[in-house]
Design a binder for this molecule. Sequence first.
Ligand code: CP
Ligand code: NVA
Length: 313
Amino acid sequence: MKSKDFLSIADLGREDIRLLIANAIDMKAEGWSSLLSNKVLVLMFEKPSLRTRVSFEIAMRQLGGHCLYLSPDEVRLGKRESVPDAARVLSRYANAIVARTFSHQTLEILADHADIPVINALSDLEHPCQALADLLTIYENKETLEGITLAYIGDGNNVAHSLMLAASLCGMHFRIASPRDYQVQEQILQLAQDFAAGSGSEIYCTEEPRLAVTDADVVYTDVWASMGQENEADQRHQVFTGYQVNDELLSLARQDAILMHPLPAHHGEEIAENILYSPQSVAFDQAENRMHAQKALLAEILGGLEIPLSNLQ
Ligand code: CP
Ligand code: NVA
């Protein structure tokens, strides 16, 4: 990995990703081990979570390590205690910090002042652990990442940013359809285009969902209002009408296309009622794969596991 921390999916190179997916596949088959038996992970969250918290806690237990969860009210980062001081204190107790923050800058300050690795468990800018599990899920279904076309429909948010960077690193084609004022950030698009130039992936941004989805291998969506944007939900609902992934839109994708969502889902908004339970949906595999992908990540960050347990074909 490029740094001690995992704040962005761009902290990984293409070879790191290949290695993590290979190890995640092996760990998924193997289950429990004692690789991290003397390690402690602190989870410090400013926002709620089901998947991220539970998958990290169980991943750590399955690797023989320990976890400690600090809820938003307990720490009150930047209010009860400064972010640098929290980083310094936790560095005296734990082996790594997994943090979910509102501002991405909070993560950067944490990482700058912590002697131990900091892992991004979602910020306003990125959700790299989700992207890692998504790549694993796509690989399991398509047996390759290179040349696969992913169409993302909806808000150009944290999930979209990490996916766009992940795709461009791995030679996947990435199409995104978002309303004009809700597109991905320019600096992320620029970075993705730089990666794409080296990997052969193509990036296409549009306001028209049908253009993005036509003949895609993967159709992906996420909520229209992310955590922290609840007061914009009504206005966003109006702007995003027409960006719902439903049977009609999905029928434009390849016949063997898979449907992805990071969850939690707002049924009847970004995703039509019941479509998450269709045979094309892999949303619950994605949720499961959070744990396997994070086991591979923790093994690398805390266990120094750099040699692939097996090789991807
Ligand atoms: N997908 C995801 O990160 O879910 P949680 O917010 O429940 O952790
Ligand atoms: N974009 C969503 C993802 C939740 C997993 C959010 O930030 O709330």
